[in-house]
Design a protein around this ligand. Structure first.
Ligand code: HEM
Length: 371
């Protein structure tokens, strides 16, 4: 249902890059491009709104951007009290106070989005234009759908639930995809042979007469292998989220009492030399031979609480990377390799935001100029 939104947003990012280049090779900072893309896609699906880039200049957009900037900053902070309970009662870093303040701002903003959608729906019902129970995108958004459910079962789908869903999607679904795209581009810039192979696959299966779209994705196995290999080496949720044992159990001879907080160190599993050949080497080809089978590669978790956004995330990442590789020639800014140091933060971001040189591919210039 939202394919056109994703493609439009990727198209707008290409257009901006193409215009910046003006036919030449120019330096771009990619982390913020990926972050803006992820937020725009998510907010258009949630509320039919776009808060970054061209046209997003009003007070509402500014407020959203300020709130999200603070969310990302706070995510990057560890709270001492989570690890050393002695600090819990003093909130020595003031993290909890900032979180409470931020939560209030976020709640007010999300309530505005819900009320705005509610008002639009009542106007469209009054004008008995039932088909326009959608926003100006002409599509029902997540909030539209949840408000329809609220009409049927108000107790089950309160405003609180809707705001919770908005927050979960924004927090779980943007940073993770942004980080994966940044790591993937960094890895292929350090491995030009991988970039060339991916480009050859795209030229062979997509061609040069249209920009890659979501329907092309199932044909691009090597591109998916690059994404799997990136998620193996740089999983954006390296410890999953904390789980709790619902009963006493024994795992690998360890007795785990009921109610224990359990963290799965998938970063270590993904780099375990007993499980992977040349475990720290970036080698997308390993997935051609089925090396990733079983429960060795679990970047989205497994079981009932595994990531419900896995296929959406994979789709956005593949569409973005594939189109960038198809449309531009990419190079490192200097001779030295891209620094792959991991920064701190919940989604294991790159310590230094990625910069690269980008130049429109001659064969695709015509297509790009029409975006
Ligand atoms: C590369 C992209 C992504 C990665 C690597 C990722 C990874 C994860 C992981 C590891 C978990 C925790 C699973 C567990 O503890 O067992 C999770 C949970 C979750 N993810 Fe994702 N995710 C990604 C994208 C997304 C997207 C795009 C969305 C939303 C549209 C999303 C929504 C969620 C939600 C709502 C949860 C909580 C599920 C629950 O607790 O039941 N994720 N994700």
């Amino acid at each position: 249902m939202f394919t056109s939104i994703r493609q439009e947003e990727v198209g707008l990012m290409l257009k901006q890059l193409f215009q910046n280049c003006n036919g030449k090779s120019v330096k771009v900072e990619l982390k913020s491009k990926f972050a803006e893309l992820s937020f725009n896609i998510m907010m258009r699906m949630i509320a039919g709104k776009r808060y970054y880039g061209e046209g997003a200049v009003d007070e509402e957009a500014r407020q959203f951007r300020d709130i999200m900037k603070e969310v990302v900053e706070l995510h990057g902070n560890s709270n001492l009290g989570d690890y050393l309970p002695v600090f819990r009662w003093v909130d020595i870093q003031g993290v909890e106070k900032r979180m409470v303040r931020l939560m209030k701002k976020m709640d007010k903003f999300f309530q505005f989005l819900v009320d705005d959608c509610r008002r639009r729906r009542s106007v469209s019902t009054l004008s008995s234009d039932l088909s326009s129970e959608s926003n100006k995108e002409g599509k029902k958004t997540l909030i539209d759908v949840m408000l329809s459910l609220q009409d049927k079962e108000p107790g089950m789908h309160s405003d609180e639930t809707i705001k919770g869903a908005i927050m979960a999607l924004l927090i779980a679904g943007t940073e993770s995809s942004t980080a994966t795209m940044e790591w993937a581009m960094s890895l292929i810039l350090n491995h030009q042979e991988v970039m060339n192979k991916a480009l050859a696959e795209i030229d062979a299966h997509v061609g040069q007469d249209h920009l890659l779209d979501e329907q092309d994705l199932p044909k691009l196995n090597y591109l998916h292998n690059i994404i799997n290999e990136t998620l193996r080496l740089f999983p954006p949720v390296p410890l999953l989220v904390p789980h709790e044992s619902s009963d006493n159990s024994i795992v690998c001879e360890f007795e785990i009492p009921r109610g224990t907080m359990l963290l799965v160190n998938l970063w270590t599993i993904h780099r375990d030399p007993e499980l992977w050949v040349d475990s720290t080497k970036f080698m997308p080809e390993r997935f051609q031979g089925g090396e990733g089978e079983g429960y060795k590669l679990i970047p989205f978790g497994v079981g009932r609480r595994a990531c419900p956004g896995a296929s959406l995330g994979r789709r956005v990442i593949a569409l973005t990377l594939g189109t960038l590789i198809q449309s531009f020639e990419w190079e490192r800014v200097g001779k030295e390799e891209i620094d792959m140091t991991e920064g701190s933060g919940l989604s294991m971001p790159k310590a230094k935001p990625l910069e690269a040189l980008c130049k429109p591919r001659l064969a695709i210039t015509d297509l790009l100029s029409k975006v």
